[in-house]
Design a binder for this molecule. Structure first.
Ligand code: AMP
Length: 378
């Protein structure tokens, strides 16, 4: 099977690596001058809006997928006349607009924070009147890794936030006092069969995912079932094929949906070593029309992102139960350069290993606040 991928970042690279074991080959369309995925297949260097590049991708592929949700829907529409694109443009379209996404969750009966469209000072002020403060003002499009949002705590914050976020369409949400952030990763095959990985607890700093722990500490079957129901409802209503990640706030007894990604997800990288079938292999199985692989997880797993610069690698490479993944990217502030997966039979051992890795990775300031909070929650 020849798989074409819109995007050639680390997600494409890990898809390609998983696919090679299945005997698949890959071609990536990536506009940037660096293409981490090119280690795992051909690279067409061209824009997502370049008809010749899209044509070349379709020509060389049997099925096409994407590893980046800001691919223009028009690019997918142009290709899908020639080759199947999975997940379809429907999944992409919903996930590209934070307002449309929240309205979609609401229609499906999936709880979210209170939200309203908020364009311009007058509309924003009246939306703040209904939703209250504190709240979060977000751009509807092109927000990722914490970009495109501002927290509003007092009326004086409205004007500067509007000025900072530009003139495009905006969304106002109540600020959720969540205990923790979770994600559920599901996969839906062409046959309609669905499978799910255990809920993952995620820790962000400066808007970027730093650490994921799976199964989420204190996970109960009821919480898992609820998250699976939400993710299944989303996938079924879109006729989704492939992996889908749903990011959730755990608030009181509730799970509130924050956003979805119609692709393999950073919080699922630990599945490479930690699950019977990784999210990458299962995504490929789903888009290729194969049966899904088992999502069984044994033991406890953590994933630490390597951001901005690489730590001293030899001690990490030598540590038991520790797997270093590098993406072949040049170091740059706030850039995801690789990740480390840690696995242990029990949660206590995992936390000890995590503390040691955290010190090496320089997860400053001081001893990790994340690990402390994990201990408290676990
Ligand atoms: P997003 O770009 O919507 O995924 O938001 C990035 C991060 O901002 C989330 O992972 C949360 O940590 C935080 N955040 C976003 N929306 C809210 C909200 N309504 N309440 C509290 N925190 C939020």
């Amino acid at each position: 099977m020849k798989v074409g991928v819109l995007g050639g970042g680390q997600l494409g690279r890990m898809l390609g690596m998983a696919g090679q074991a299945l005997g698949f080959s890959f071609v990536f369309l990536e506009p940037a001058d660096e293409c981490p995925a090119s280690a795992a297949g051909e690279w067409i260097r061209g824009g997502f809006d370049d008809p010749a590049a899209l044509d070349a991708l379709a020509e060389r592929s049997e099925v096409i997928t994407y590893e980046f949700e800001n691919v223009p829907v028009a690019a997918v529409r142009a290709i899908e006349a020639r080759r199947p694109v999975r997940p379809s443009a429907a999944s992409l379209k919903v996930s590209q607009d934070r307002l449309r996404e929240k309205e979609f969750f609401r229609r499906l009966g999936i709880p979210t924070a209170s939200f309203e469209a908020a364009e311009g000072e007058a509309v924003l002020a009246s939306a703040v009147g209904r939703i209250g403060l504190p709240a979060v003002l977000k751009t509807r499009r092109l927000g990722y890794d914490g970009r495109g949002q501002r927290v509003l705590r007092e009326p004086g914050d409205l004007s500067p936030a509007l000025a900072a976020l530009g003139s495009g369409p905006l969304l106002l949400e109540a600020l959720v006092p969540f205990q923790r952030e979770l994600s559920v990763i599901g996969v839906r095959a062409a046959s309609g069969e669905c499978a799910f990985y255990p809920l993952i607890e995620n820790h962000h700093r400066e808007g970027i995912l730093r650490l994921s722990v799976a199964p989420a500490p204190g996970l109960t079957p009821a919480l898992q079932a609820r998250a699976e129901t939400y993710a299944r409802t989303v996938m079924e209503s879109l006729g989704h094929m492939g992996v889908l990640a749903l990011e959730l706030f755990h608030s009181g007894d509730e799970l509130l949906a924050n956003e979805m990604a119609p692709r393999v997800h950073n919080s699922g990288h630990w599945t490479i070593e930690g699950a019977a079938t990784s999210q990458f292999e299962n995504h490929l199985r789903a888009i290729a029309g194969l049966p899904l692989g088992a999502t069984t997880v044994r033991g406890h797993w953590a994933m630490v992102n390597l951001i901005g610069e690489l730590p001293d690698l030899p001690p990490l490479r030598g540590a038991t139960g520790t797997h270093v993944h590098l993406y072949g990217k040049l170091p740059r502030p706030m850039r995801k350069l690789g990740h480390i997966t840690l696995g242990a039979d029990d949660a206590g051992t995992l936390m000890r290993q995590l503390e040691a890795v955290w010190r090496t990775v320089g997860g400053s300031p001081g001893p990790s606040a994340f690990v402390v909070s994990l201990r408290a929650s676990g």
